[in-house]
Ligand binder design. Structure first.
Ligand code: GAL
Length: 417
């Protein structure tokens, strides 16, 4: 009897130990990758981790650009229930690190030699006080245009090389009764177009002065007036139903030939690929005309929130290690539309747009033309980013003319600092 009871107790204890181990070897991942292309890329990560026996608890928060995800994250952390791994961008990572909320990834970074292969521009956000606090999974960039090739061919539109060519191409589409520019009227999408427009007006010099240095003269300059005028021009080429539309539905309009162009980061390529489309044959990718040579980047990183449980810590470390492996970086980024977050991944597996993205990134980094995306939190902390969003969106929706928008921008940025 006693022996039986003892055995049963031991069995139960063993079972409990296994269960808690099994539970510990999992990560709860908060992310905003909910579109078709994004979900396909996320699956590459899920499967990679499953292969290593790391469980996945999914915590998707829809909303491109991640604003809603960051609101959910704040609520979870406030209630003492932080997810273990979180998709994050730029200055948000540094903010959480300053709050002391993030785990230190130095051990896995040292074992895997991250210092030597992660570009300095990404380390600026992946390290805090000299310690690794996140694992960069990719590099996206925002100054891209996506085009439906068949539609352009049909209307005899060549790939636009200058801003004026681009406007002429948009007009040709409009005259043909097509939607020239597929766009979703959400603040972060307006701001994403603005990244490319700023570069097209004044290159990295103007972009840096205005949005990195937050120089009041640059913010209030004639170049800024021209940028808002260009935004108004773009506004005149979107369809009547643009307001509130999700970015991937705008991509779908280009994919199915309803619209000619979309200005969007290269996550849009993930939608084209997911729809079975081929760059060069079905769609074109090119830099916002006038912004060639410059790259406004954002890098999705996974930050790990500090946890006490050693099993969970182990799973976080393994997830970080998996994310940074060269094979995974190639497999994931070919699906996601982005390019690898390490400099030593061969470009063989990438399509024409991916190869161009990798080459552009390397060239921009070498020539000082790589700038953090304003729209995606790589130029400023959230308060300034949101102040810029507000003005850009109010102008795009007709609340201000270009001159008033310039004035509002100067004031809003000053107030937000
Ligand atoms: C960006 C993110 C990308 C992409 C996009 C749309 O902020 O970096 O990975 O998902 O939002 O959701």
């Amino acid at each position: 009897m006693v022996r039986n009871f003892g055995r049963k107790a031991a069995l139960t204890a063993a079972l409990m130990a296994t269960t808690s181990l099994a539970q510990a070897a999992e990560v709860e991942v908060l992310h905003w990758w909910t579109s078709g292309g994004e979900a396909a890329a996320l699956n590459v990560l899920k499967e990679d981790l499953a292969g290593q026996k790391i469980g996945w608890v999914d915590m998707p928060v829809a909303g491109g650009g991640g604003e809603s995800a960051m609101t959910t994250l704040r609520a979870r952390v406030t209630s003492g229930d932080a997810p273990t791994a979180v998709q994050m961008l730029g200055f948000d990572i540094l903010d959480w690190a300053e709050e002391g909320a993030l785990a230190n990834l130095d051990a896995v970074a040292a074992e895997e030699g991250w210092d030597a292969v992660v570009p300095a521009a990404l380390q600026a956000f992946a390290k805090h006080d000299g310690h690794w606090i996140s694992a960069p999974v990719n590099v996206h960039s925002t100054n891209w245009v996506w085009a439906n090739k068949a539609l352009l061919d049909e209307l005899d539109i060549a790939q636009p090389a200058t801003w004026d060519d681009f406007v002429a191409a948009l007009q040709t589409l409009k005259d043909a009764g097509k939607t020239p520019l597929a766009h979703g009227g959400q603040a972060w999408q307006d701001a994403t177009m603005f990244d490319g427009v700023i570069l097209s007006v004044g290159g990295v010099e103007f972009y840096t002065k205005a949005f990195i240095d937050l120089d009041a003269d640059a913010l209030g300059s004639d170049q800024m007036l021209e940028a808002f005028n260009r935004m108004a021009t773009l506004r005149s080429f979107v369809d009547d139903n643009f307001s509130g539309r999700d970015w991937n539905l705008a991509s779908a309009m280009v994919i199915n030939g309803e619209a000619g162009f979309q200005i969007m980061g290269d996550w849009a390529k993930g939608e084209f690929i997911n729809a079975g489309k081929v760059p060069g044959d079905d769609f074109l990718c090119f830099r916002v005309p006038g912004s060639d040579g410059a790259v406004s980047f954002n890098s999705d990183q996974f930050a790990m929130f500090s946890v006490k449980d050693e099993g969970a810590q182990g799973a976080q470390g393994e997830m970080a290690r998996a994310i940074m492996s060269p094979a995974f970086q190639a497999a994931f980024n070919t699906v996601k539309g982005s390019v690898p977050a390490r400099t030593d991944v061969p470009n063989d597996d990438f399509d024409a747009c991916g190869k161009q993205g990798m080459a552009d990134l390397a060239a921009a980094a070498a020539s000082g033309k790589l700038v953090g995306s304003v729209a995606h939190g790589h130029a400023n902390r959230a308060a300034v980013k949101n102040a810029i969003y507000d003005v850009v969106t109010a102008h795009f929706n007709g609340e201000y003319d270009a001159a008033a928008a310039v004035e509002e921008l100067v004031n809003a940025v000053e107030a937000a600092q």
